[in-house]
Design a protein around this ligand. Structure first.
Ligand SMILES: [Zn+2]
Length: 374
């Protein structure tokens, strides 16, 4: 039988282009390869001349789901000790074979060794892959340990903060409240992102520590007003409960010039309404500007209701029409790294796997416009 293996023997050294071997005049499509790996390795020992072909073949095995074959080829390359292909590089390949196969324990075992033994570049890759494995397993405790132990090459503190948060969510019901607070404190100390303040506020609310919850929500809004849509409605409920409407009104009126979001003005108007006070001319002017922008149905309705010249029949026609228009353009969350869009809020982008990069499109636009003005 004339197999391409025989031809391969004849025409060494080989060239490799894309998925095809080119041996002299013969072209072989890798995807149709059906040989016995051990046999092949015996006949054609791995050398500098053919190592690229073996690497390509191993990758193909991995993509085809033949993970044991991928591992044995990678292991054979590692044993051959070819210059330019370090054992660290091959360990990472083997770990990826196991990862792709779903044999995560084996993958971690290989990565643990690579992380310690490899040069800086490979050890960084090993770290990333290991962390991705732990994230996919939702093993937040060990993910936190890994990051604490080996640092955060190139990914910043936001990732660690989010690992802490995921961990807290996972153990919240089983861990003592004091220990949960300890983890949250560690996360807060990193002083990045908005999530830890939101989570802190939610937990404080559950534990009926309402003042602490209000403080946490306010810190979140000061640090990252783009998260206003996540914080405002629970915050409004809390201040009503605690009778702190006046102080929240002052807070929001100070926040608004830096981040003139329609959501904040809606809350300002709501707080005025509930206390029965009229808007000052300055806030009346802001109200009119927002009505002209057409971004808020509640504010438009509020403004229309102020107009004594409009009859009830005009209002009856206008109001549902405006509501439909405002609902037609609902806000979405968009990743600032890769553009992925999602209706519900997600803390990790499913497309590029960055943490805390999904933001309200509307609130992000305001931040950008403010930057231009400033
Ligand atoms: Zn993304």
């Amino acid at each position: 039988m004339v197999t391409w293996l025989n031809l391969f023997r004849k025409f060494l050294p080989a060239r490799f282009a894309g998925r095809r071997f080119i041996l002299g005049d013969y072209h072989f499509d890798l995807t149709s390869f059906e040989g016995d790996v051990a046999d092949w390795l015996n006949k054609f020992p791995i050398s500098a001349a053919n190592v690229e072909i073996y690497l390509a073949l191993a990758e193909l095995f991995r993509r085809r789901g033949e993970f044991d074959k991928a591992v044995s080829v990678h292991e054979a390359i590692a044993e051959a000790e070819i210059a330019g292909h370090s054992s660290a590089e091959l360990s990472l390949e083997i770990a990826q074979d196991y990862y792709a196969a779903g044999v995560l324990g084996h993958a971690e075992e290989v990565l643990r060794r690579a992380l310690v033994d490899a040069d800086e570049d490979h050890s960084r890759q090993a770290f990333r892959l290991w962390l991705a494995i732990l994230e996919s397993e939702q093993d937040w405790h060990r993910a936190v340990e890994l990051v604490e132990q080996y640092g955060l090459p190139g990914s910043g503190g936001v990732r660690l903060v989010n690992l802490y948060c995921e961990y807290v969510l996972q153990v919240q019901t089983t861990l003592a409240p004091a220990l949960v607070q300890k983890v949250l404190k560690k996360a807060r100390k990193l002083a990045v992102g908005a999530r830890v303040d939101l989570l802190g506020a939610q937990i404080a609310t559950e534990e009926q520590r309402f003042t602490a919850a209000i403080r946490s929500y306010k810190r979140l809004l000061r640090n990252d007003p783009r998260r206003v849509h996540l914080a405002l409605s629970p915050l409004l409920a809390l201040v009503q409960r605690e009778g702190q409407q006046a102080s929240l009104l002052t807070f929001l009126q100070r926040l608004y010039p830096d981040h003139p979001s329609v959501r904040i003005l809606e809350a300002i108007v709501e707080l005025h309404q509930s206390s029965g006070t009229a808007l000052t001319p300055k806030w009346q002017k802001q109200l009119e500007l927002q009505v002209m922008s057409g971004d808020s149905y509640p504010l438009t309705l509020y403004w229309l209701n102020q107009q004594q010249t409009l009859s009830a029949s005009v209002m009856a026609v206008l109001s549902p029409a405006l509501q439909r228009q405002s609902l037609a353009e609902s806000d979405v969350h968009q990743c600032t790294e890769c553009g992925f869009q999602s209706e519900p809020m997600r803390w990790q982008c499913p497309q590029c796997e960055s943490w805390e990069t999904l933001c309200s499109r509307y609130e992000s636009k305001i931040v950008q416009e403010q930057k231009k003005v400033g």
